[in-house]
Ligand binder design. Structure first.
Ligand SMILES: Cc1ncc(C[n+]2csc(CCOP(=O)(O)OP(=O)(O)O)c2C)c(N)n1
Ligand SMILES: [Mg+2]
Length: 368
């Protein structure tokens, strides 16, 4: 028998063991992998920290605006700042982002005006009218659908010979969807320049990650598609940045897509529509993850370097609050959405006959 012994589990175990969490900055804010530490200037480190702090404030304000009835659909982001913003920090302006509903911070930092993000939250069509030159698609609500679209966008980039990438984000739950497998397989087959993120925040609404799949890691799913894949500490901004930068470089060099699983946690509820996390998560688990907080560890690191302070953080917080106040005011000034707007925006060309009829009916109603 020896080496020829029939053992279907051998390769599986071998692959699973290979997926160890990539980390550079530990929970104490110490560099534990100096070799991989990215060459970021002090200004860049401060900018990344500022964006994470700003986004935590944006999350708090969005939750409170939602409770006041001033925002509509909102999926909280606290706990995912490193995963979202350090990945975005490694991208270029010309790259395309295909977000999920929780990925509003990335598209705002990519250039979508905040007041438009607020209108998206309200279901207002103006929120999905993306300014020219801002390479983002509206947040996807259908779980995993953005993976197939990202493969298509990446193929388009490749055909045009552009040195850019298509970047998409889904969650742990998204990696159980058919679209997830189709997207990574297609991009792999064509060596299309895409980066696929799975933000593993441990839950798909109330379903724990462990019961969603037999796979030990979600990163290993990329192996079946024949694409490079990595498991990253999603609470470590430096590790997320490096993994993304590396994936981007390979993509623009014609080496194809990468799958990146970021281990993270959402502190808040799934959305503001009424789920109660205390019914499916323990306080112990919440505490365990809050000790890994991306902002806390990055603050420690930057303070030790002497490039961050309480005053600096206060400045960012004040700026965030001011800008959020202005943005919500601007969103309030958008004209009320009409049914005729919805019908008008549905088709670029001629409307089907039933919509034409409905359009006339609503035009009449709205004129009164
Ligand atoms: C195709 C599809 N099925 C089901 C839903 C309902 N749904 C909305 S969010 C969600 C869970 C997604 O979890 P995950 O992918 O882990 O993302 P997270 O919300 O944790 O960021 C589900 C099942 C949906 N939007 N689309
Ligand atoms: Mg999830």
């Amino acid at each position: 028998m020896g080496e020829n012994k029939f053992d279907p589990t051998a390769a599986l175990h071998e692959v699973e063991e290979k997926f160890q969490m990539f980390q550079i900055l530990n929970e104490e804010g110490e560099i534990v992998n100096n070799e991989a530490n990215p060459d970021l200037s002090d200004e860049e480190l401060v900018e990344l920290m500022s964006r994470m702090v700003y986004t935590r404030i944006l999350d708090q304000r969005s939750i409170s605006l939602n409770r006041q009835g001033r925002l509509g659909f909102y999926a909280p982001t606290a706990g995912q700042e490193a995963s979202q913003l350090a990945s975005h920090f490694a991208l270029e302006k010309e790259d395309w982002i295909l977000p999920g509903y929780r990925d509003v911070p990335q598209i705002v930092w990519h250039g979508l005006p905040l007041w438009k993000a607020f209108l998206f939250s309200r279901g207002h069509f103006v929120g999905n009218q993306i300014p020219e030159g801002v390479n983002v698609l509206p947040p996807q609500i259908i779980i995993g659908a953005q993976y197939v679209q990202a493969a298509g966008v990446a193929l388009g980039i490749q055909k045009r010979g552009q040195k850019t990438v298509a970047v998409t984000y889904t969650g742990d739950g998204g990696s159980s969807q058919g679209d997830f497998y189709e997207g990574i397989n297609f991009a792999g087959a064509f060596k299309a320049p895409a980066i696929f993120f799975v933000q593993n925040n441990q839950f798909a609404i109330s379903t724990p990650r462990e019961v969603q799949t037999a796979a030990k890691t979600l990163a290993q799913k990329g192996i079946a598609a024949g694409i490079p894949s990595i498991l990253v500490d999603g609470m470590d901004p430096l590790a997320v940045y490096v993994a993304t930068k590396d994936a981007r470089e390979r993509a623009v060099n014609g080496e194809g897509p990468t799958l990146i699983e970021t281990l993270c946690y959402r502190y808040g509820p799934h959305t503001m529509a009424g789920d109660d996390p205390t019914r499916y998560r323990t306080g112990d688990l919440d505490n365990e993850w809050s000790l890994k907080d991306p902002i806390v560890r990055f603050r420690k690191y930057l303070e030790a370097k002497g490039i961050w302070s309480k005053e600096k953080e206060e400045e960012v917080i004040e700026r965030a609050k001011e800008e959020i106040k202005d943005a919500i005011k601007k969103a309030d000034q958008a004209p009320k959405q009409k049914v005729t707007d919805l019908i008008e925006n549905m088709y670029e060309g001629e409307k089907p006959h039933n919509l034409k009829e409905q359009f006339e009916i609503y035009k009449e109603k709205e004129s009164k």
